[in-house]
Design a binder for this molecule. Structure first.
Ligand SMILES: [Zn+2]
Length: 247
């Protein structure tokens, strides 16, 4: 680590459990972020600022005016630009020392699988069930951790599926495919702006903790947030012995 990095990351290096070794490990880590919207914005900002050394961010969508209410990595000049590309420009201004790659194409399962082979962790910041099930399967097959988040209206949730352990449940244990409500889209129902910041910030924190093995992660647990009444609950997730993905 160079002197300027010691200064940049000094407040992390001061923390017990992170220290110099942890910060160095973060700098050598590669994180795949799927989605550069409401959740992907804080996730990418915090991971870049924290010095995760390599970030790959994917989004095929373009920034529009209605995104700016909550997708804080983008700004008025980003309107019409691809979201992953816009996020890359913002990240470079936050931390020019890390490697950042933006993927603008809509990827199929095998293309995401190929990308994920090189990463240490996947962060699901997508807004649809098809992507969530695909990322769950990919992370399970590759035995890498998946940090999952979702937000709609005033309600958010975060969980970690740490597939480095054989006993970890998976996203499909929690929400078996076929029972999902495909109509839950924030374009139809709205989403409270700071909620995505809350969910995304917790996801970013879980990424760092899982990468550095700090404290207790949300592995095997589901955090439920109701931002309207400021209520937080944690539920235990049971591994489903009949799960079609992980059983
Ligand atoms: Zn499962």
């Amino acid at each position: 680590m160079e002197d300027k990095d010691l200064e940049r990351y000094s407040r992390h290096i001061l923390l017990p459990d992170i220290e110099f070794e942890g910060q160095n490990k973060l700098l050598q880590s590669h994180c795949l972020i799927i989605g550069a919207g409401g959740l992907g914005s804080p996730v990418a900002i915090y991971l870049a600022a924290s010095g995760v050394g390599e970030i790959t961010i994917c989004d095929f969508d373009e920034v529009d005016l209605s995104n700016l209410q909550r997708q804080i990595i983008h700004n008025e000049k980003s309107i019409g630009k691809n979201k992953a590309e816009s996020a890359k420009i913002a990240i470079k201004q936050i931390n020019s020392n890390i490697k950042i790659r933006s993927i603008k194409d809509q990827l199929n399962f095998s293309e995401v699988m190929a990308l994920a082979k090189d990463v240490d962790i996947i962060v699901d910041c997508s807004d649809n069930f098809d992507t969530r099930y695909s990322l769950n399967k990919i992370a399970f097959d590759l035995k890498i951790p998946l940090v999952s988040g979702a937000a709609i209206k005033y309600d958010g949730q975060v969980s970690v599926f740490d597939f480095r352990s054989n006993i970890s449940p998976c996203y499909n244990c929690l929400f078996p495919e076929g029972n999902e409500d495909q109509n839950l889209k924030c374009s139809d129902h709205g989403v409270f702006s700071p909620l995505v910041g809350l969910v995304g910030s917790i996801q970013a924190g879980e990424v760092i903790k899982v990468l550095l093995d700090i404290g207790t992660s949300l592995n095997g647990r589901l955090l439920l947030i109701n931002n309207r009444d400021t209520d937080f609950k944690i539920l235990k997730i049971q591994k489903d012995s009949l799960c079609k993905i992980c059983a």
